[in-house]
Design a protein around this ligand. Structure first.
Ligand code: MG
Length: 391
């Protein structure tokens, strides 16, 4: 029995992780779950999976949860509760929170000696070098859950690092791949949330519409696989069947294919180094018919260049980019700014950081959180000002 902790159990990846676990009940035991404010969903997860410990956002949710499930389960609250769940005795911690809030608990899990299945890409974006140092120091394994990184992880299995020439991340192009710039300015929240291939949470759906998701994934890949950014490419692949590729020095290319379903990369990370027999339809290439690939349009989607700029900038720059993006995405979801303004704000905050803090280094979580807070404040300011839509 592999004992599993899930940080972010009521989110999209958290729920799908529990679905995979439910399909292999003899292999996994759920020992602790961390959620935020969705008491209803957490209560039904507790009734079904019987964890010993859970955590919620605040005392309000804890009271509501206690009324539902009684006193048999340890209920923690806030940051301390999240920390206790992260360090609960377990074999694997699934880090499935969204955004910067996942950084501390993911580091706590690593420091407690737990292997981590990482879906919370912002952790690597904000503090990739710090996380890698902690992983090495505590001798734990980091397993990617992000579908592209899972594909690369699978393609790299059994290969030597020095034989890798290039990583190629595939990108669906999002819902606005074929829209012209003027039309993207008018894109509604509903249109941006309607991803053509993947069923995901709101934040990542908007990131997919701006291609910021791919920008964050470039940074994530740089740290997860320790490959310099100039050897990480992106290709648009609208069908989302090829999940990413690795080119080796002999020009042989290994790709991982499958129907777009997050349960597959989740299962790969959960069962590693084994595989789970998932009751899913087979990939029928004849019925897919065609696999298309194209260059990303960096003019309509400037996000990709922001990743390169941040990685070439300071050690704190990716954290700045991530924080600005979280604020800008929230402003878009609230209907306060247009979609193209997300990358405009991200770019302005990044340039302001590089102008003032070009040499900023990251030695501890405090350094990351300081850069994060600075970027959030500036991005909020920009989001309140009328900006220019880069049409
Ligand atoms: Mg992905």
């Amino acid at each position: 029995m592999k004992r599993v902790v899930i940080l972010g159990s009521t989110g999209s990846v958290g729920e799908q992780t529990l679905e995979v676990i439910a399909s292999a009940p003899n292999r996994f035991e759920v020992v602790a779950l961390a959620a935020g404010r969705n008491v209803e969903k957490l209560a039904s997860q507790v009734e079904r999976f019987h964890p010993m410990r859970v955590s919620v956002a605040s005392e309000t949710e804890a009271e509501a949860l206690r009324a539902r499930i009684g006193n048999d389960v340890c209920i923690g609250v806030g940051e301390a509760g999240l920390d206790e769940v992260a360090k609960a005795p377990a074999d694997l911690v699934v880090a499935a929170l969204v955004g910067a809030v996942g950084l501390r608990p993911t580091l706590a899990a690593i420091e407690a000696g737990r292997d981590v299945a990482l879906a919370n890409k912002e952790v690597m974006v904000m503090a990739g070098a710090l996380v890698l140092r902690a992983v090495q120091k505590h001798g734990v394994t980091l397993l990617p859950v992000d579908s592209e990184h899972s594909a690369i992880f699978q393609a790299l299995s059994g290969q030597r690092a020095q034989d890798v020439a290039r990583l190629v991340l595939t990108c669906s192009g999002g819902p606005f791949r074929t829209w012209d710039a003027a039309r993207i300015v008018e894109a509604s929240v509903e249109e941006a949330l309607a991803h053509p291939n993947w069923d995901m949470g709101a934040k990542i759906s908007i990131d997919s519409a701006t291609l910021m998701n791919k920008a964050l994934e470039i940074v994530e890949a740089r740290w997860l696989f320790d490959v310099p950014p100039e050897r990480i490419d992106v290709v648009i692949h609208p069908q989302s069947i090829v999940h990413s590729l690795v080119e080796f020095v002999d020009r042989s290319v290994l790709a991982q294919l499958g129907l777009p379903d997050m349960r597959v990369p989740i299962a790969v990370a959960l069962a590693h180094p084994e595989r789970l027999d998932l009751d899913l339809p087979s990939l029928d290439l004849a019925s897919v018919g065609q696999l298309d690939f194209e260059e990303p349009d960096r003019k309509r989607f400037p996000a990709l260049d922001l990743a390169a700029r941040a990685l070439a900038g300071s050690e704190a720059a990716p954290a700045v980019l991530n924080a600005a993006n979280e604020v800008a995405v929230a402003a878009f979801l609230e209907g306060r700014i247009s979609l193209p303004r997300i990358c405009e704000i991200n770019g302005r905050v990044l340039e302001a950081h590089l102008a003032d803090h070009a040499g900023a280094v990251v030695e501890c979580v405090g350094d990351v959180l300081e850069a994060d807070a600075w970027a959030r404040a500036l991005a909020s300011e920009f989001a309140c000002l009328p900006g220019k839509d880069p049409a």
